[in-house]
Design a protein around this ligand. Structure first.
Ligand SMILES: Nc1ncnc2c1ncn2[C@@H]1O[C@H](COP(=O)(O)OP(=O)(O)OP(=O)(O)O)[C@@H](O)[C@H]1O
Length: 740
C-alpha cells in the first residue's frame, strides 16, 4: 500500500548519474527513512514529499520504494536556510544562508525573487552576486520543473539537462509543437525517442512533420551505414517500415521536401536517387574542388628522372618502374592517387616524393585520418605527420555557439605546396570536403591508400570513387618487395585479397593458426597468448597485443571478450578504483577506446614535471588509451591516450568510452599493432568476409595468431560479401569533367 512521508533530504547516499537512481536518507521529526528511487535534481537540504511502498531490504532494513515525489517549497525560516545553504545555489554556503535568513526571515525567498538587489545589504554579497543568486534561484526552479515534466516522457536526468540547456523554458512549446526537433538539435535524442515523446504528446501518426522527420531519419541511418544516397524505392520502403505508414503516405512528401531543399532527388540510370541535401552538395563540391586542383605542370622529364636517380643513389635504393612512375606523376600533376596492398612500396614512394619536393624548396604537409595512422606515417617517413583534423585546426567553440569548425577553410587555406594523405581509404566525405575546402588551386594533393581495406566508417567511398571516375592519374603498386615478401603476414594478406587459400600449417614465423573448436578453450588460449606468449615473442607489453573480432555480440564478440579479458588482464584490486557503468565497470588501469568522434573534448599534454605544454580539443572514434584515474569527488575519469594526451571524462559522458582489450575489425582500421590475436569460430555471414579478414590480418606488424576453426577462415576468404555502398562522388566528377 502506498504511503506518503515528508522531510528534509538529510544525505544523498548514492546516485547513479546516468539513470538518476538515488538512495537518500530523509530526515523526519523523529527518525530517518531511507528512500530509493529515481530522483531528478534533488539536493541535500531540500524538503520533499515522497510516496511509495515500504519494503524490507535484506541488508539495509526498512526502506521506501519511491513511486513519486514532490519538492515542497520550504515555508519556515529553518527550511529556507537549509535549502539556501544546501549547495543548490552556487556561491551560497551555510554561513551566508544563515545571514540571508537572519535578515529577511520568512520573506527571504520573496526578496530573492522580487527584490534581489536588497541581498546586497548583506555583508559579503555584492550587487553582482545578488543578481547571480537571483538568477540561479530562478533557473533552478525552472529547471527542476522542466526535469519533472521531461521525466513523464521517460527522459533521463542527463538527457533532460541537455534538452533543457538547448531550449530553456521554451521546451514545453517545442514538445507540444514538434518534438522531432529534438532529434535534429540534440545529440543523444534519436528519432525513436522523439517519436515516443510525440506519441505521448498525442501527435498524429501521419502528421506531416512526423513523416518528414522519419524520412530524414531513414536517410541519416543510411549515412551511418556509409551511404551518401538511397535509391528511392528502398528509401520509401524503409521509411514506411519505420513509420508504420503506407508507401503512398511516404511517397507524397518527397517532392515537397525536395522543393524545401531538405533533400535532393536525382535521376540515375537505376532510377531516382534520394540524398540528404548536405551530402549531395558535399559530393558535388568535392568533385569541383578536386578537378580544380588537377592541374598539369610542365616538367622536363629527362631532368626529372635524373633528379630521381640522384635521390635513389643517396637513399641507396632502386625504385621499381611503377614507383618511379608515381614519383614522376606526382611532379607533373596537381592530384595523384597511389594505391597498393601491404609491402608494395607505398611508403618508399612517399619518401622519394618528399625528397624531390623538398629539393625544389617546396613546403610539404603530411596527414592521415587517425591519430595512430598519423603516428605511423611520422615514423615511416621521418617527417612530422598530423591527423587531418589537426592539420585543419579543428576548433570547438561552444561558448560562441558556433559548435565545432575547422579554422582552416576557404578563407584561411593551408599554406603549403604539397599535401600527402596516407590511409586514404578511411577518409569519409565529410573530412575530404573539409580538406579540399582548405586547399588553394596550385597545391598538389597526393592521396595514398589501399582500396581493399574496409571503407571509411563515415559516409562515402571516397578513394574508390575517385579512382573509378577515371579522371585523375592513378598509380597502382602491385609488386611485393623482397623484405616484405619474407613476412607471411604480407604474403597471406595478398593471397586473401586475391581469394587464394592460405597455408595454416604453422610453419610460419609470424602467422599462426591454433585450431580450437570450443569457445572456452578459445578464450583460454587468447588469454595465454596475451599474458605470456605474445609479449615475449614480439617484445611488447600485454596491452599492445590486440584482440580483433568481427562482431560485437555473441560468445566471442567484443562485449563479452572485453568483460572476460578485463578480469584477467586488469583484475579487481584494492588500490584500483572502479566506476560502474551500464553493462559493466571501468577500473583504473583499463584499456579503453573512444567510440565516437568528439570534437569538443579537451586534451592536455604535460611534460615530465606535470606542467601543461600543449592543449587541444578532439578525441576520435578508435583512439585508445588507459584509465589513469577515477575521481569520485569530481566525478571524472582521466584517460591517457597515445602520445601521453590526458583527457578528462565526466561520469555522464562515459558512454563515449568502451573497454578495448578486444575491438571490432572495423574499429581497428588505420591502426597497427605489434601482434594481433583473432578468435574465429562462428558468426553472421555478413561479418565473416574476405574484406574483414584482410583488414584484420594487415593490422599486425610482427605476428598474427588465428584461434578457432580453420574452416571458418577458408569460408571468409571465399565470402566476398562486399555490401554495396550507395555513393556517387565518381558520378559527380564524371559529370563535371564533361564525361557524362
Ligand atoms: N624499390 C624497392 N626496392 C627494394 N625494396 C623496396 C623497394 N620499395 C620498397 N621496398 C621495401 O619493401 C618493404 C615495403 O615497402 P614500404 O614500407 O614502402 O611499403 P608500403 O606499401 O608502405 O607497406 P605497408 O602498407 O605495409 O606499410 C620495405 O621494407 C621497403 O624497404
Amino acid at each position: 500500500m502506498a504511503e506518503s512521508f515528508e522531510g528534509y533530504v538529510e544525505r544523498i547516499v548514492f546516485r547513479n548519474a546516468e539513470n538518476g537512481y538515488t538512495v537518500l536518507s530523509l530526515s523526519q521529526e523523529q527518525e530517518e527513512l531511507t528512500c530509493v528511487g529515481t530522483f531528478t535534481f534533488i539536493n541535500e537540504g531540500e524538503y520533499i514529499e515522497v510516496t511509495g511502498t515500504l519494503v524490507e531490504h535484506q541488508l539495509y532494513g526498512e526502506q521506501l520504494k519511491v513511486e513519486s515525489y514532490q519538492v515542497k517549497e520550504p515555508e519556515d525560516a529553518v527550511s529556507m536556510e537549509r535549502y539556501l545553504g544546501s549547495g543548490a545555489i552556487k556561491g551560497v554556503g551555510p554561513a551566508l544562508a544563515a545571514r540571508i535568513v537572519k535578515k529577511f526571515k520568512l520573506d527571504s525567498f520573496r526578496v530573492i525573487e522580487e527584490e534581489p538587489e536588497r541581498l546586497a545589504e548583506i555583508k559579503g554579497i555584492s550587487e553582482r552576486k545578488a543578481r547571480e543568486i537571483a538568477e540561479q534561484f530562478e533557473d533552478k526552479r525552472e529547471m527542476r520543473n522542466a526535469m519533472m515534466f521531461l521525466q513523464q516522457y521517460g527522459i533521463s536526468n542527463s538527457l533532460g539537462l541537455k534538452i533543457y540547456n538547448e531550449y530553456g523554458p521554451t521546451i514545453y512549446h517545442v514538445l507540444k509543437e514538434n518534438p522531432y526537433r529534438l532529434a535534429e538539435d540534440i545529440k543523444g535524442v534519436g528519432f525513436k525517442l522523439a517519436d515516443e515523446i510525440a506519441r505521448k504528446a498525442g501527435i498524429n501518426v501521419n502528421a506531416d512533420f512526423r513523416v518528414k522527420a522519419g524520412i530524414i531519419y531513414t536517410l541519416s541511418l543510411a549515412s551511418q551505414s556509409g551511404h551518401t544516397y538511397v535509391p528511392e524505392d528502398l528509401l520509401i520502403r524503409k521509411a514506411s517500415e519505420l513509420l508504420g505508414l503506407t508507401i503512398e503516405e511516404i511517397e507524397k512528401h518527397l517532392t515537397d521536401m525536395a522543393l524545401d531543399k531538405r533533400l535532393v532527388m536525382k535521376e540515375t540510370e537505376e532510377g531516382k536517387a534520394i540524398y540528404n541535401s548536405t551530402l549531395y552538395y558535399m559530393e558535388m563540391n568535392c568533385a569541383r574542388m578536386l578537378l580544380d586542383l588537377n592541374l598539369s605542370y610542365q616538367v622536363d622529364i629527362p631532368a626529372m628522372e635524373r633528379r630521381i636517380l640522384g635521390i635513389e643513389e643517396l637513399d641507396e635504393i632502386e625504385l621499381d618502374e611503377m614507383q618511379r612512375a608515381a614519383v614522376v606523376e606526382g611532379s607533373r600533376n596537381g592530384v595523384l592517387i597511389i594505391t597498393g596492398g601491404p609491402g608494395t612500396g607505398k611508403t618508399t614512394t612517399i619518401n622519394t616524393l618528399i625528397r624531390l619536393f623538398e629539393s625544389e624548396g617546396m613546403d610539404i604537409m603530411l596527414g592521415a585520418p587517425t591519430g595512430r595512422a598519423a603516428k605511423r606515417m611520422s615514423e615511416t617517413t621521418g617527417y612530422e605527420a598530423q591527423t587531418i583534423h589537426r592539420m585543419l585546426e579543428l576548433k570547438a567553440s561552444v561558448e560562441d555557439g558556433e559548435g565545432m569548425h575547422f579554422e582552416r577553410n576557404e578563407t584561411n587555406p593551408l599554406e603549403t605546396d604539397v599535401i600527402i594523405i596516407d590511409e586514404m581509404s578511411m577518409v569519409d566525405i565529410y573530412l575530404f570536403h573539409a580538406l579540399l575546402k582548405a586547399l588553394v588551386v596550385g597545391t598538389r594533393l597526393i592521396l595514398v591508400g589501399d582500396i581493399n581495406q574496409l571503407p571509411s566508417v563515415g559516409p562515402g567511398n571516397v578513394l574508390r570513387d575517385i579512382i573509378d571516375s577515371k579522371s585523375f592519374p592513378v598509380v597502382e603498386l602491385k609488386k611485393i618487395f623482397r623484405q616484405a615478401a619474407e613476412s607471411d603476414i604480407v604474403l597471406n594478406a595478398h593471397k586473401i585479397n586475391e581469394g587464394k587459400q592460405i597455408a595454416l600449417d604453422n610453419k610460419s614465423m609470424d602467422f599462426f593458426m591454433l585450431q580450437r573448436m570450443d569457445v572456452n578453450q578459445i578464450i583460454s588460449v587468447v588469454i595465454q597468448l596475451i599474458q605470456e606468449k605474445m609479449p615475449r615473442y614480439v617484445h611488447a607489453e600485454p596491452y599492445d597485443i590486440q584482440v580483433l573480432t568481427p562482431m560485437r555480440k555473441g560468445e566471442l564478440g567484443v562485449e563479452r571478450l572485453n568483460r572476460i579479458l578485463q578480469q584477467y588482464l586488469n583484475p579487481p584490486d584494492e588500490s584500483k578504483k572502479e566506476k560502474e557503468i551500464a553493462g559493466g565497470i571501468f577500473r583504473e588501469g583499463d584499456k579503453v577506446m573512444q567510440v565516437k568522434n568528439n570534437y569538443q573534448l579537451e586534451w592536455e599534454l604535460t611534460n615530465s614535471y606535470g606542467i601543461v605544454v600543449e592543449k587541444g580539443t578532439g578525441v576520435f572514434n578508435g583512439d585508445c588509451g588507459i584509465i589513469k584515474e577515477i575521481n569520485f569527488f569530481a566525478e571524472l575519469v582521466t584517460v591517457q591516450f597515445e602520445e601521453e594526451k590526458l583527457v578528462e571524462y565526466r561520469f555522464t559522458d562515459l558512454d563515449e568510452l568502451e573497454l578495448a582489450y578486444a575491438v571490432t575489425v572495423h574499429k581497428s582500421q588505420g591502426s597497427e599493432y605489434p601482434a594481433v590475436v583473432i578468435p574465429v569460430l562462428s558468426g553472421p555471414r555478413m561479418l565473416f568476409t574476405r574484406n574483414i579478414l584482410y583488414t584484420a590480418v594487415t593490422r599486425a606488424k610482427s605476428c598474427v595468431t588465428l584461434v578457432g576453426n580453420s574452416e571458418v577462415i577458408k569460408y571468409m576468404i571465399e565470402n566476398v560479401n562486399n555490401q554495396k555502398r550507395y555513393t556517387s562522388l565518381d558520378k559527380r566528377i564524371e559529370e563535371m569533367n564533361g564525361m557524362i
